[in-house]
Ligand binder design. Structure first.
Ligand SMILES: *[C@@H]1O[C@H](CO)[C@@H](O)[C@H](O)[C@H]1NC(C)=O
Ligand SMILES: *[C@@H]1O[C@H](CO)[C@@H](O)[C@H](O)[C@H]1NC(C)=O
Length: 384
């Protein structure tokens, strides 16, 4: 039933602020409290810095092939059973796809069984991020709170390392295992833990390290210091180098473990169209880089201006700036770091890891309770 309408006053009697004063009013309304809050509630010891001088804010690298509506092609696996699947590891022999969930469980999906059954596999208690298969059917896990863990096939959990050079890890993040058994991993930050990820990113200072752990000597060695939120790690298929990602700088680097360049770091891929998280080798001459968010104007502004990041750190207490994530997805690149194909979607957020198995691309998002799957053969033909 329609309500009887009270007539509006004639438009001429309403005060009519012009656009400028409205804008100024709005600005004052938002800006003044934020500035005050920034002065009064600055997190202790939080001191944003400009990004390194060579950081480039021009156009991102061009990706030759783009698919930017992947949600419609994605199928959900284990919906409701896989909270926040951060990284994926595949046991090709047994057909299990492993992932680390936000409730401290490592779960696995049997890809060879028709129902794609989800199993609670091992409880490690912290927050598993990076995962990789290790010799003998074990799994190594970068647990953000606990450090590097070994999970044996009987599901027993052992701590391998949680400090190097007298400095504890705060945010163990990416991990991979070389064919000689050496484990390569990152600690994204020695200063901020997982809950404070945004502060680390907004501070724009290098608190990350790339390290190796040798299980036969129990020795942890720091390979590269002063990294910006050191994230995903992948051993190159020739076992000559380690690729690792630095999220806020939108780049991945190569650390050599062989040959003339042994022990040195060089660029692998720079100026990505988004913020890289985990990186995985697919076994087909391609790496798959998860972009936790596409590049956006908001992020560009934040990274250009440390002062604005100071303000944003206050807001970060009240709402998660992760909501600034959009256009998340997966990017494939060659072994030499040439971009090939991007699979993204404007409405996809916080994709943190994925890999290609056979004809399917699997990916996980911190924001969802399932793993997504795209049949690339189907999708390609639909999209063309
Ligand atoms: C490495 O550490 C494990 C667990 O603490 C221990 O059982 C093993 O003996 C150590 N190995 C060496 C070579 O020190
Ligand atoms: C590379 O350098 C490290 C020390 O930085 C050394 O332990 C290792 O044996 C070297 N590897 C090769 C293959 O030369």
């Amino acid at each position: 039933m329609a309500e009887p309408r009270t007539p509006l006053p004639p438009p001429s009697t309403l005060p009519k602020p012009n656009l400028t004063s409205r804008f100024l009013g709005l600005l004052l309304l938002i800006f003044v409290p934020v500035v005050l809050a920034a002065i009064l509630f600055q997190p202790p010891d939080f001191d944003p810095a400009p990004l390194p001088g060579d950081h480039y804010f021009g156009d991102s690298i061009a990706v030759p092939e783009r698919h930017d509506h992947v949600l419609e092609a994605s199928e959900r696996i284990g919906e409701g059973l896989l909270p926040g699947p951060e990284d994926l590891a595949y046991d090709a022999e047994k057909g299990y796809l492993y992932t680390g969930c936000s409730d401290g469980w490592i779960r696995r999906v049997g890809l060879k069984d028709a129902e794609l059954k989800v199993e609670d596999w091992a409880f490690i208690g912290g927050r598993p991020l990076g995962l990789a298969m290790a010799p003998g059917g074990s799994l190594v896990v970068a647990d953000s709170y606990k450090g590097v863990l070994l999970v044996k096939p009987d599901q027993t959990v052992e701590l391998m390392t949680n400090e190097a050079e007298g400095l504890n890890f705060r945010l163990t993040d990416g991990i991979d295992v070389a064919s000689d058994g050496l484990i390569y991993f990152t600690d994204a930050s020695y200063k901020y833990n997982l809950e404070m990820t945004m502060l680390d990113i907004l501070e724009g200072r290098p608190h990350g390290r790339l390290m190796s752990f040798n299980p036969s000597t129990n020795q942890t060695v720091v390979l590269a210091h002063d990294l910006y939120f050191a994230n995903g790690v992948a051993v190159s298929p020739d076992q000559h180098s380690i690729i690792f990602c630095e999220t806020p700088l939108r780049r991945c680097k190569r650390y050599h473990i062989e040959g003339d360049k042994n022990g040195t770091t060089e660029n692998f891929i720079e100026n990505l169209p988004g913020y890289p998280d985990n990186i995985r080798y697919s076994g087909e001459g391609h790496y798959w880089i998860a972009l936790s968010s596409g590049r956006t104007i908001s992020w560009d502004i934040l990274f250009k201006f440390p002062f604005i990041r100071k303000m944003a750190a206050i807001l970060a207490k009240f709402f998660s700036p992760f909501y600034l994530s959009q256009d998340s997805g997966m990017l494939s690149v060659t072994l030499e770091g040439q971009p090939l194909t991007i699979y993204s979607d404007r409405h996809l957020i916080l994709v943190t890891g994925g890999l290609k198995i056979g004809k399917n691309l699997y990916y996980g998002s911190l924001h969802e309770s399932y793993i997504s799957k795209i049949d690339l053969t189907q999708y390609r033909s639909n999209a063309m």
